[in-house]
Design a protein around this ligand. Structure first.
Ligand SMILES: [Zn+2]
Length: 459
């Protein structure tokens, strides 16, 4: 009897993804005979990492009761339809925005996978029916409203300020409070509200993408873009921005919008050449309630994602016209790490052109073409062909939508009065270890980097 009761009180945490890597976020919390999953993301990067997406889940999806989704980036949602295909029938929770963006992301991923399957015979991870089933199990929840899951378990979503709809989940199991941060925003964000601070947190599972680096300020970031655009226009050049369709694209478009409309740069053709980014921008336009106050004010008088000579090239025919348009011109195209998407055709054409600038504005996973450019390789292979890199490769890391090292430490510091342990996850080992060390040294916190697949007993 004693053992049964003791077992009842246990809370076990296991990181099945997002441990030792940025991507593949997938955390399981087991308590009171129930199982809560937090995120079910894609592993991204080199082929070895991506292979993991096709492996069976290391638990029975049919035995998971609830899935909480922090935000709609692929490395947090990519395997949700597979989870459903493999038997999950519980309830999925997220904010309204996360659900809407996820639906668009799933369709896009399925389209890419179907093409890949035709080309190289790789089986698809899921089908359209699995996406529909996942969406039918999905409930939208607002920020700050406690959701009771019974049996002394409840949770509340707080604004993570990372991308539109992003949430942290504070899960209460009796008196224990466990915070899953998902990804934490680079506040103050141009569009979003600031990340909320943790309070009463006892255990924290946090991201650490930039655990070992700091970003430039928002002003410096905007100025760098302005100077780069100005130079490209003067030199009648071409600027290619491989951009993440979600958040980064909308932030950059907003900055370009303000530069053009204030007359700081003349209108030049800007192409948003990504069907996914175009659809996501549409969702942004329709869901403005959770933007920060400054942007909501701006939206009263201006469509902040529309300015002279901005073209949304949804159809392949329009996309093909871009390369015929004379310079100067700017192309924003997915994918952000140059892994598939329309940016590839532009990179094939312009990588060896000295009057082209390729601007990297986000994290580039090891093994991706984006990472090879980031690392300064002078020759790269795309789809089996070799290309000399003569284009200027530039970086503006300040466009990241992740907190940097100093701000991650500050975030944890806010939870110090109640904090017992921090699990530093969702980062490359170097970044996670560096941050864990900082948390131990500077805050005296018990901080560890969880091993993938190992269970940690919280209580
Ligand atoms: Zn994210």
């Amino acid at each position: 009897m004693f053992w049964a009761r003791k077992n009842d009180g246990q809370i076990l945490l296991t990181a099945y993804g997002g441990a030792g890597s940025v991507t593949g976020a997938n955390f399981l919390l087991a308590a009171r005979g129930k199982k809560i999953l937090i995120d079910s993301g894609f592993f991204q990067g080199d082929p070895e990492s991506e292979k993991k997406n096709w492996e069976p889940f290391p638990y029975q999806p049919s035995q998971i009761d609830w899935l909480l989704v922090t935000h709609a980036h692929a490395d947090h949602i990519g395997r949700i339809p597979k989870l459903v295909r493999d038997g999950f029938r519980g309830v999925i929770y997220s904010t309204k925005e996360t659900k809407e963006i996820s639906a668009v992301m799933f369709d896009d991923a399925l389209r890419l996978m179907t093409n890949e399957s035709r080309n190289v015979g790789q089986p698809v991870l899921y089908e359209g029916a699995d996406i529909d089933k996942a969406l039918s199990l999905w409930r939208e929840i607002p920020y700050h409203e406690a959701v009771s899951l019974g049996e002394d378990i409840s949770f509340v979503a707080k604004d993570a300020g990372h991308i539109l709809g992003s949430a942290m989940y504070e899960i209460s199991i009796e008196r224990e409070r466990i915070l899953f941060t998902g990804d934490l925003g680079n506040s103050p964000s141009p569009l979003l509200r600031d990340t909320e601070l943790p309070a009463g947190t006892i255990y924290m599972v946090m991201e650490s993408v930039y655990g070992d680096r700091n970003h430039e300020s928002r002003e410096a970031t905007k100025n760098k873009l302005f100077e780069m655009v100005n130079r490209v226009i003067k030199e009648k050049g071409l600027l290619i921005i491989p951009a993440f369709s979600l958040e980064r694209t909308q932030v950059i478009l907003h900055d370009l919008n303000n530069m053009v409309e204030s007359g700081r740069i003349p209108p030049v053709p800007v192409f948003l050449d990504s069907p996914l980014a175009i659809k996501v921008t549409e969702i942004y336009k329709q869901n403005t309630a959770n933007f920060n106050e400054r942007i909501r004010k701006e939206l009263e008088t201006d469509d902040i994602w529309n300015f002279p000579k901005l073209n949304f090239t949804l159809k392949a025919f329009d996309s093909a016209q871009i390369q015929k348009t004379p310079r100067p011109k700017i192309i924003i195209a997915g994918s952000g790490m140059s892994e598939g998407g329309r940016v590839i055709s532009h990179e094939k054409k312009y990588l060896s052109d000295g009057n082209t600038t390729i601007l990297l504005v986000g994290f580039q996973a090891p093994g991706t073409l984006g990472r090879m450019l980031y690392d300064g390789l002078k020759e790269v292979k795309i789809e089996g062909e070799r290309y000399k890199v003569k284009a200027n490769i530039e970086k503006i890391p300040g466009y990241s939508s992740h907190k940097d090292s100093d701000h991650l430490v500050k975030f944890v510091e806010a939870a110090l009065p109640t904090l017992k342990k921090v699990f530093v996850a969702m980062g490359e080992p170097k970044a996670s270890n560096f941050l864990a060390q900082r948390l131990r040294d500077e805050l005296g916190v018990n901080a560890i980097c969880p091993e993938r697949g190992k269970s940690y007993q919280l209580v």
